[in-house]
Ligand binder design. Structure first.
Ligand SMILES: [Zn+2]
Length: 392
């Protein structure tokens, strides 16, 4: 999937390159994700590859690492960093000459580079060790500088909140996301009850309760039976400056005996196989271009956001635990507990976000329960009752 995604965004020159590469008998490894972690006096860059390549540390200037037999199919990009010993780094495959990938650093004088490969498929780990530089200026565009400043400010806020503990987590604006809609019915029960209708009903009822509970703005990503793709749902929450995103769903399983309610928060890796299955099901409603967009984000915002969201996910875990406790008492359905997985609709949320699988629409008894107004009201009441504690 990742490979196809990259190929879609390729400029013609890179296509020519990859064709030339595939014309040879041996396949040239391709560089996939490149991630960075910035510490005070260290930058660590992790380069994923789908095969092994010899590499060489180049002292510079500019200092860097050359992967002697690997292609970077976006061909080139430059990433700017907010702090640490490196102002920016550039990854590129030269269009002339051998099939290699160069990673170059605009680093503080006296920085040292160490590189090694680990794992199979191999990852190249590069450490740049050196004195911290002031936030970058000069060649950075005004736009990026502003993004950096905003991102740093946001991060400070998140840090303060995390340090404050539970009492510090304050929620004013909430976006409620009734899952699915329009041509996407979500899961459908034996009696023909559709997930999209249940989630909308619960969403409306939850919004009505929260509106009376002393929050700021309560919004719904959709207020009727229409389709909204997954990234638009997250975008709504981001644009509204929500402090919490609650995505509502009904679970389904081929095994019609599966029952229970479950609350999820987002994580890089799933907390269990079952959690992974649920996320895979919900993510299957993402459109191909959404996945492309997700894979191709490479800017300062993204680097910082990856650091921030770990803190957001921690807050989300706490909220998910609270909600699940309430569901355990509030609705006549078994509690399956709190789990985490890489839900697409939660991943890019710039606030704590949870996804509630209210019950199994694939189980005939729970399908009937979900269709009842009384259950929908109890669900809304239970969720609202716990969120009130965070109202500010
Ligand atoms: Zn769903």
């Amino acid at each position: 999937m990742r490979r196809r995604v990259f190929l879609k965004a390729l400029p013609a020159s890179a296509l020519a390159l990859s064709r030339a590469a595939s014309a040879q008998d041996e396949r040239i490894p391709v560089v996939g994700g490149v991630d960075a972690v910035v510490l005070e006096d260290q930058l660590r860059v992790v380069v994923q590859m789908d095969g092994s390549s010899p590499f060489e540390v180049v002292p510079g200037p500019p200092p860097g690492v050359v992967l002697k037999n690997a292609l970077y199919l976006p061909v080139e990009d430059t990433r700017i960093l907010p702090s640490g010993p490196v102002r920016s780094y550039r990854i590129y495959t030269p269009l002339e000459g051998a099939f290699k990938t160069v990673i170059e650093f605009d680093a503080a004088g006296g920085s040292r580079i160490e590189a090694r490969t680990v794992g199979d498929p191999p990852r190249l780990i590069i450490d740049v060790l050196g004195p911290s530089l002031a936030p970058s200026g000069g060649q950075v565009s005004a736009e990026l500088t502003r993004l950096e400043a905003d991102a740093q400010k946001e991060m400070e806020g998140v840090r303060t909140r995390a340090a404050d503990g539970k009492l510090g987590l304050r929620i004013r604006n909430i976006v409620i996301d009734p899952g699915h809609g329009g041509h996407d019915p979500g899961a459908v029960g034996l009696k023909g009850i559709k997930e999209k209708d249940i989630t909308l009903e619960i969403g409306r009822k939850l919004a009505a309760r929260l509106e009376r509970a002393g929050f700021g703005r309560i919004s719904l990503t959709r207020t009727d039976d229409y389709y909204l793709n997954l990234s638009d749902r997250t975008a709504v929450a981001n644009q509204y400056g929500a402090d919490l995103l609650v995505s509502l769903h009904c679970n389904a399983n081929e095994n019609r005996k599966a029952v229970g309610s479950e609350t999820f928060y987002c994580s890089e890796t799933a907390s269990s196989q079952e959690a992974e299955r649920v996320a895979a099901f919900e993510n299957s409603f993402a459109e191909p271009e959404e996945l492309t967009r997700q894979e191709s984000i490479v800017d300062i915002e993204w680097v910082l956001f990856r650091l921030q969201r770990k803190l957001l996910w921690k807050d989300a875990q706490r909220i998910a635990t609270d909600i699940q406790e309430a569901l355990k008492i509030g609705i006549p359905v078994k509690s399956r507990g709190v789990e985490s997985a890489g839900f697409f609709v939660l991943k890019k949320a710039r606030m704590p976000s949870v996804l509630i699988e209210t019950a199994f629409i694939s189980n005939p008894e729970e399908e009937q329960l979900l269709a009842k107004v009384e259950t929908q009201e109890r669900l809304a009441e239970s969720i609202a009752s716990r969120l009130v504690a965070y109202a500010s």
